[in-house]
Design a protein around this ligand. Structure first.
Ligand SMILES: [Fe+2]
Length: 304
């Protein structure tokens, strides 16, 4: 770990080396960030090529949404503003504030967990302010402005999901004190990033990692390979996940209210129970289905 501590959440002007196992520090100019890691979005510095990358990414994802993304996402995505220019964060925040009391704030890139949790707990969602390079059009290693904005922000217009995200941040601050961030990270991964929701029309995606991905959106909802089982907090907290390929497992919620209610109670006893279960039985591998679990059937998606 660098001199920047994941625990203090104080920006010392260099990228935090707190995520993943790579030896390359996160991209982004951390010297411009404030002590809470937020920074001004300097909208005038985006080049026409960067606006064009945004426009092309947006168009590609938008045409895939019907039949694959949840209705709550589809109805809110236009709130991001004109699809042909990188939005101004302050414009999106103005609309978001009216809808759910959230705002978005610029950050130079990945930030330490505690700083991230603190922002969520204050209903401030950190959005990376840089755009991927054209050669990264199909895949970018770290979250860029397109992933953060297009993937994450539309659902913050949904009141139940907005509550969940704030509660997650508050829970994260507490998890840091309980040394349970790894367990909580699995919850984030399998819900906020790669979650599916069951609807009368069939499974739909709500996770940002899926919704901002060119290929995983259709794969997650329609492919026969991955396993899809019902959301279960304790099961999910002991499940491994993949960071370098499409997910082998997806967890399915019934509603955003279910997600909020399941994660509202104090997690202290949950962490203890999950730790005991991991000690006894180990982690569950990605792609595994347990004996008592029912898999969701895949139905042909509309619009495909
Ligand atoms: Fe994300």
């Amino acid at each position: 770990m660098s001199e920047v501590s994941a625990r203090t959440g104080i920006n010392l002007g260099v990228a935090p080396v707190t995520y993943g196992t790579g030896d390359r520090p996160p991209r982004g100019n951390y010297a411009r960030a404030r002590s809470d890691y937020t920074c001004e979005q300097d909208h005038s510095t985006y080049t026409e090529a960067e606006h064009d990358t945004y426009r092309r990414l947006y168009a590609r994802q938008l045409q895939q949404l019907p039949g694959l993304a949840c209705d709550e996402f589809i109805s809110a995505v236009r709130q991001l503003g004109a699809p042909d220019r990188i939005p101004r964060f302050e414009d999106v925040s103005e609309r978001l504030m009216k809808a759910t009391g959230w705002q978005i704030v610029g950050v130079p890139g990945l930030i330490p967990e505690e700083a991230f949790f603190a922002l969520l707990a204050e209903r401030r969602f950190p959005v990376t302010d840089w755009m991927r390079k054209p050669e990264e059009f199909d895949y970018v290693v770290e979250p860029d402005i397109f992933h953060d904005l297009f993937g994450h922000v539309p659902l913050l217009f949904n009141p139940a999901f907005a509550h969940y995200m704030q509660a997650y941040g508050a829970g994260g601050l507490k998890a840091g004190r309980l040394d349970a961030c790894e367990l909580l990270a699995r919850l984030y991964w399998y819900t906020v990033e790669f979650g599916l929701i069951d609807t009368p029309e069939g499974l739909r995606a709500y996770g940002a990692g899926i919704l901002s991905s060119a290929g995983e959106l259709r794969h997650s909802v329609t492919a026969s390979g991955p396993r899809r089982v019902a959301f279960d907090l304790r099961r999910l907290m002991r499940s491994r996940y993949r960071i370098d390929s499409y997910q082998a497992s997806y967890f399915v919620i019934d509603s955003f209210e279910q997600l909020f209610e399941a994660t509202a109670p104090d997690f202290t006893p949950v962490y203890a129970a999950v730790r005991a279960r991991i000690a006894a039985d180990g982690l569950v591998e990605a792609g595994a289905v347990l004996a008592d679990e029912r898999e969701f059937e895949v139905r042909a998606a509309q619009g495909s």
